[in-house]
Ligand binder design. Structure first.
Ligand SMILES: C[S@@+](CC[C@H](N)C(=O)[O-])C[C@H]1O[C@@H](n2cnc3c(N)ncnc32)[C@H](O)[C@@H]1O
Length: 259
């Protein structure tokens, strides 16, 4: 999704030389924990997203992402003291929004990219600082103990995960029994354009693994052990928040509750 033609975001793959010279002073911020949970095989991905983090919040694609985050957050029935985790949080807009809805709860964000979590932390207003935490970590190695979260959000990120089923199992592990996942993704079953774009990104974008059809994503959720998996939205969007066209799917599911 990095080189986003319909979102007018192009071009972008940078040379590895440029990537290694980046530094992120904001990383010292108290809200960022660096737990070194990123595995060696994720390093290339991390570098790619570190590069993208520099101007991630600029341009129309950011507006689109924030719109999709709101759509996904709308599927949560949030209690004011809930603990919510955003996996692949990018620069943290959804985490900020969640924290502002949780007067007594806390919002957490993890992302594989140091640059993304550094930006995310820099975006936190003082008023929310106590109720937000960002950690650099991979979706398949989430640095929290089991049964921690009431909700987990994952927007526009799942198609970057090389071990998608492991990531879903990790999310299920950190959810409390009965806790809810909401996942928003592109929907290649809705258009030839999304299928062609998926094919193109596989060839050109380092961090792109693949888009999943709505049937495939539902199946993955069930395989990872989620109960009551349900497709909340499956639709095309035209001329919407900076996008000429996009197809989206939103799924929810629940960690099994033995009660
Ligand atoms: C297109 S951005 C979406 C960010 C945000 N969720 C949103 O909706 O705007 C994809 C994000 O996923 C992150 N990411 C990619 N692979 C990841 C992984 N294996 N674990 C955690 N985050 C990952 C990237 O660093 C990037 O910030």
């Amino acid at each position: 999704m990095g080189n986003d033609f319909m979102g007018i975001r192009w071009p972008l793959n940078q040379s590895p030389l440029q990537l290694t010279s980046l530094s992120y002073p904001e990383q010292q911020d108290v809200n960022v924990k660096s737990l070194s949970r990123v595995k060696p095989y994720d390093l290339e991905n991390q570098k790619y997203f570190d590069r993208w983090a520099r101007d991630y919040d600029n341009g129309r694609i950011s507006e689109w992402f924030q719109y999709t985050q709101q759509l996904a957050i709308g599927e949560f029935d949030l209690k004011r003291d809930a603990k919510v985790l955003d996996v692949g949080c990018g620069t943290g807009h959804a985490v900020l929004r969640l924290a502002s809805l949780l007067s007594e709860g806390k919002a957490f964000g993890i992302d594989i990219s140091t640059g993304m979590v550094a930006k995310a932390s820099a975006n936190v207003p003082d008023a929310l600082r106590q109720r937000i935490e960002f950690v650099q970590a991979s979706s398949d190695c989430i640095p929290y103990t089991e049964n921690q979260f009431d909700h987990v959000l994952c927007t526009n990120s799942f198609h970057h995960y090389p071990r998608s089923i492991d990531s879903l199992r990790e999310i299920r592990r950190v959810l409390k029994p009965g806790g809810q996942i909401v996942i928003l993704e592109n929907a290649p079953d809705l258009s030839w354009y999304t299928r062609a774009w998926d094919w193109f990104l596989k060839l050109t974008e380092k961090g792109h693994i693949r888009y999943y059809t709505s049937a495939e994503l539902g199946e993955l959720l069930r395989e990872a052990g989620f109960a009551r998996a349900r497709l909340c939205h499956l639709r095309n969007e035209f001329l919407c928040h900076g996008k000429l066209y996009a197809s989206i799917q939103v799924w929810t599911g629940y960690a099994p509750d033995p009660k």
